[in-house]
Design a protein around this ligand. Sequence first.
Ligand SMILES: Nc1ncnc2c1ncn2[C@@H]1O[C@H](COP(=O)(O)OP(=O)(O)OP(=O)(O)O)[C@@H](O)[C@H]1O
Length: 211
Amino acid sequence: MSFDLDLVLRPGTAHIEARFSVGSGLTALFGPSGVGKSSVLNAVAGLLRPTSGHIRVGEDVLFDSAARISLKPERRACGYVFQDSRLFPHRSVRDNLLYGFRRAPAARRWMALEEAADFLGIAHLLARMPRTLSGGEMQRVAIGRALLSGPRFLLMDEPLSSLDEDRRGDIMAVIERIRDDLALPILYVSHDRREVDRLADHVVTLDRHAG
Ligand SMILES: Nc1ncnc2c1ncn2[C@@H]1O[C@H](COP(=O)(O)OP(=O)(O)OP(=O)(O)O)[C@@H](O)[C@H]1O
């Protein structure tokens, strides 16, 4: 089992429910705009507190309302990759990559900067500033920053949607290698059925709930 979620979320006036328990690999969260996919990712990251339920990833209980457990975001060991790369504009690629690495407890780090740079094909970009990168390069750096924070799992919120067709294919290949070679559980939000068909081991469709 990788992700085991049973959640009720009430951001603003919205009512979101998600219940699923899935095995290893990449799990796609699929569903119409506004159904609550990003909110579920934020709840797993510890940025949005559920009104009830539980969140377990592997052996770790991140949240359990009945047991009054709610780990702080920095203790959840999750790497988060967004649609827009959200790199720090005033830091070099190297410093963006090292940002999470420096904050992660030494025992949690499992990848070195050079290893991540080689894995992602960005070793030649380390001295560059984010504004000089293409969209695909920025997303590789954002993925590298997430991997270097010592994550036990990844959250990806439409990581391909700002890229053109060719770059989408390149980054999908990177995500496949993270899934297969690094064997990290991934919870992945997408609108795109083709993307889901190619990448997902499990597909969870979120449904609307009346408030
Ligand atoms: N911080 C917040 N305050 C108030 N309402 C919120 C907040 N976060 C999310 N919502 C509401 O929760 C609902 C679900 O939003 P969410 O962004 O999770 O959906 P989504 O499925 O990811 O949508 P999209 O595919 O368009 O990104 C929406 O009605 C949204 O307005």
